[in-house]
Write a protein that binds this ligand. Structure first.
Ligand SMILES: NC(=O)c1ccc[n+]([C@@H]2O[C@H](COP(=O)([O-])OP(=O)(O)OC[C@H]3O[C@@H](n4cnc5c(N)ncnc54)[C@H](O)[C@@H]3O)[C@@H](O)[C@H]2O)c1
Length: 254
């Protein structure tokens, strides 16, 4: 597998799977635009990739909730590399965790300030929607491209507290991914959603059950993303792929 001459955008690229995708893609010869709101860490990670001397990395401070910043990231990618082959939407997470909501003070869904959930819907759903709208213009010109959305087991099984998260991820896994495939296929553009169960980007994910009795290593998720993005994955389109150790097959009681 190699991505020589290809260009990708990864969001949430300062940490976790967005970063790992960027590192792997560059290791395999691809050029990568890394988007995140965390400028300090992003700058350091971009530097590290460029030090390796394989694919080139460019960092763009971009809040996926802001359409103007999303368009600027698209334009920067075309300016730097002349094309966009892969758009990978990793930025996301449950708003109650990422916005550090105190569960003692806000024990149930109606107790959490609505602004917290606004943030979650904007990052998890609107961000990938904005990026799709922005990059499809370029991909249509090229007559090629791939958009990878990152869903979650929560999108399939629901979550009575992080309701905006499961709602947003379900939107990516089914509505957005199928719809982009329907629009894009006539232009040679594919869209695929990859939906993990628990992933060890955080140690506490080890507590979440799966049929295989463990959480995924981040690399296991990225290997699937790279397969979908490679020539070998070229017939996968409009589909949500669960990668969850069988949790979806068994439900929460596995
Ligand atoms: N870790 C898991 O167990 C798991 C399971 C299923 C799905 N996922 C999904 O996988 C994706 C990556 O998860 P992770 O655990 O690697 O994430 P992470 O928490 O390690 O990284 C998220 C990154 O997104 C960035 N970010 C936050 N808000 C942003 C914004 N508005 N604009 C741009 N960047 C922003 C953060 O700065 C951070 O670098 C997420 O979409 C998550 O929902 C994760």
């Amino acid at each position: 597998m190699n991505f020589n001459g290809k260009a990708a955008i990864s969001t949430g690229a300062a940490s976790g799977m967005g970063l790992l995708f960027a590192q792997n893609f560059a290791d395999l010869g691809g050029n990568i635009v890394m988007c995140d709101v965390n400028e300090e860490v992003l700058t350091e990670k971009v530097f590290d990739i460029n030090q390796k001397g394989r694919g080139k990395a460019v960092g763009v401070v971009c809040d996926v909730r802001d359409y103007a910043q999303v368009c600027a990231a698209r334009d920067k990618t075309v300016e730097a590399f002349g094309r966009i082959d892969i758009m990978a939407n990793f930025a996301g997470g449950t708003a109650v965790r990422m916005q550090k909501v105190n569960r003692m003070l806000c024990p149930e869904f109606p107790d959490v300030p609505i602004g917290v959930y606004d943030w979650g819907i904007d990052v998890n759903l609107k961000g990938p929607f904005y990026f799709a709208h922005a990059v499809l213009r370029q991909m249509r010109l090229q007559n090629s491209g791939l958009i990878i959305n990152i869903g979650s087991i929560s999108g399939a099984e629901g979550d009575g507290y992080g309701i905006e998260y499961s709602t947003s991820k379900a939107g990516l896994m089914y509505g957005l991914t199928k719809s982009i495939a329907q629009f894009g296929s006539k232009y040679g553009i594919r869209c695929v959603c990859i939906s993990p169960g628990p992933v060890l980007t955080r140690a506490d994910m080890a507590k979440m059950k799966t049929l295989l009795g463990r959480a995924a290593e981040p690399q296991e998720i990225i290997d699937l993303c790279l397969f979908v993005a490679s020539e070998k994955g070229r017939f996968i389109n409009g589909e949500n792929i669960m990668i969850d150790g069988g949790r979806n097959a068994a439900g929460r009681n596995c």
